[in-house]
Design a protein around this ligand. Structure first.
Ligand SMILES: Cc1ncc(COP(=O)(O)O)c(C=O)c1O
Length: 400
C-alpha cells in the first residue's frame, strides 16, 4: 500500500475505492491489479502446503476460497461498508445463500421483511424450510409485528432497504436494536443504496450483502456478490458457506471488472440519483401517472426516514399508470431508449414489470399482501443524458 499523502486524515470514499490494498510496485508497476487467472497455487514445499491447510502459514491454496485479486476487492468493499472483512461471491444469490447456510441450522428461526427481491423471497420461504429452518415473514415497518415475530427468539433478521421493487424504506437502526435485543444477527441487503448512500453496519447491522451485479459492477456485464461484516463472521461464511456449501466463487476476471466498476461508484451514484429525481418529478407531474414511489419526493410516505438514513435517494423509481397493467405494458412497449430488461444499476436505463418478471416467483396472494401491485413498473435510471431519458419517458406517456 502506498503511503497516504496526509497520514492523519482518513482517505475519502473514492480514494479507497481506487487505491486501497494495492501497490503497483508489487506487480511490476502495473497501474491496475493483475487478473490472477489461476485455479490453484503452488506450495514452495510440501511442509509449507500442510502448514497453510492447518492455518499456521499465510498464503493462497485454491481458487474456490481465495485469490489475490479477490483479496484486494474484499478489502476495498470492507472499507467502503465500514466492516472488518469482506467476501466476494459469484452472484448476489450466492452471497445471500453462503451467508444464510453459515448462520442458520435446522430448527433456527429467520425473520424477513415482506418486501424483498423475488428470488430472495423464494429462497427464504420455499428453499430454507426444506432444511428445517423456520421463516417468519413480517412487515418491518410495523415495529409491533416485528417484536412479536422475535418474541420466541430468532437467529437471523433479513431485509432490504430501499426494498425491491416498491422502494419501501426500513429503519435500519430501529430494526437492528429490536433484533439485537432478541439475540438475532441483522443482515441487510444494501444493493439498492450501495455504501455511497448508506452504510448499514454503522447503524447497527451485523452483516451487509450485495448483488454486485448491480451498481457495484455498474455496467451490466457481470454477475457478482459481496458480503461484509466482522472478521469472525466472515471467516465462518468463507470456510463454511463458500468453501463447503455453495462453492459459488467470483471468477478472477469478474473480480477485475467489479474493481473497475468500484472506481467510479461514487461518481455514478451521484448521477443516477440526480437523474432519478428528475424522472420522479416528471412522472409525478404527468396526468397519466396514478402514483410514484421515490424516496426523494416529498410525497413519498417515508421521505423523512429516507433523508435521515440515506445520503441521496437512489437511482430507482417505481410507479403506476392510470389504467394499471394494460397501460403499463403499452408504456413499456412504446419506449425507444429505455430498455425493457430486469436487473438495475447499469449505465442503461432499464424498465421492468415486477409482477410478471422479478417477482413472478412470489404468489399473487403474497404479492398483493406485500404491496407489489399488478400495475407497478420499476425503472432503474441509467447514466444516459438526463434530457434523453426524460424525453423518451414523456413521449411514451403522451402516446398512451
Ligand atoms: C436487492 C437484490 N438482492 C439480491 C439480488 C440477487 O442478485 P444476483 O442477481 O446477483 O444473484 C437481486 C437481483 O436482482 C436484488 O435486486
Amino acid at each position: 500500500m502506498k503511503t497516504p499523502l496526509r497520514p492523519n486524515r482518513p482517505q475519502g470514499f473514492s480514494t479507497r475505492a481506487i487505491h486501497l490494498g494495492y501497490d503497483p510496485a508489487s506487480a511490476m508497476g502495473a497501474l491496475t491489479p493483475p487478473i490472477y487467472m489461476t485455479s490453484t497455487f503452488a506450495f514452495e514445499t510440501a511442509e509449507a502446503g500442510s502448514e497453510m491447510f492447518r492455518g499456521e502459514r499465510a498464503g493462497y491454496i485454491y481458487g474456490r476460497t481465495r485469490n489475490p485479486g479477490q483479496t484486494i476487492l474484499e478489502e476495498r468493499m470492507a472499507s467502503l461498508e465500514g466492516g472488518e472483512a469482506g467476501m466476494a461471491a459469484g452472484s448476489g444469490m450466492a452471497a445471500i445463500s453462503a451467508t444464510m447456510m453459515t448462520l442458520l441450522s435446522a430448527g433456527d428461526v429467520a425473520v424477513i421483511d415482506h418486501t424483498i427481491y423475488g428470488n430472495t423471497y423464494a429462497y427464504f420461504t420455499q428453499a430454507l424450510p426444506r432444511f428445517g429452518i423456520i421463516v417468519k415473514v413480517v412487515d418491518f415497518c410495523d415495529a409491533e409485528a416485528l417484536a412479536g415475530a422475535l418474541k420466541d427468539g430468532a437467529r437471523v433478521v433479513f431485509f432490504e432497504t430501499p426494498a425491491n421493487p416498491n422502494l419501501r424504506v426500513i429503519d435500519i437502526a430501529a430494526v437492528s436494536a429490536l433484533a439485537r435485543a432478541a439475540g438475532a444477527q441483522v443482515v441487510v441487503d444494501n444493493t439498492f443504496a450501495t455504501p455511497v448512500l448508506q452504510r448499514p453496519l454503522e447503524q447497527g447491522a451485523d452483516i451487509v450483502v450485495h448483488s454486485a451485479t448491480k451498481y457495484l459492477g455498474g455496467h451490466g456485464d457481470i454477475l457478482g456478490g459481496i458480503v461484509v461484516g466482522r472478521a469472525e463472521d466472515l471467516g465462518r461464511i468463507r470456510s463454511t458457506g463458500l468453501r463447503w456449501m455453495t462453492g459459488a466463487t467470483l471468477s478472477p476476471f469478474n473480480v477485475f471488472l467489479l474493481m473497475r466498476g468500484l472506481k467510479t461508484l461514487e461518481l455514478r451514484m451521484e448521477r443516477h440519483c440526480a437523474s432519478a429525481l428528475a424522472v420522479a418529478r416528471l412522472l409525478e407531474g404527468h396526468r397519466k401517472v396514478a402514483s410514484v414511489a421515490y424516496p426523494g419526493l416529498e410525497s413519498f410516505p417515508q421521505h423523512d426516514l429516507a433523508r435521515r438514513q440515506m445520503a441521496l435517494p437512489g437511482g430507482l423509481v417505481s410507479f403506476e399508470l392510470d389504467g394499471g397493467l394494460d397501460s403499463g405494458v403499452d408504456f413499456m412497449n412504446r419506449l425507444a431508449l429505455v430498455t425493457r430488461a430486469v436487473s438495475l444499476g447499469d449505465t442503461e436505463t432499464l424498465v421492468q414489470h415486477p409482477a410478471s418478471m422479478t417477482h413472478a416467483v412470489v404468489s399473487p396472494e403474497d404479492r398483493a399482501k406485500n404491496g407489489i401491485t399488478d400495475g407497478l413498473l420499476r425503472l432503474s435510471v441509467g447514466l444516459e443524458t438526463t434530457d434523453d431519458i426524460l424525453a423518451d419517458i414523456e413521449q411514451a406517456l403522451d402516446a398512451l
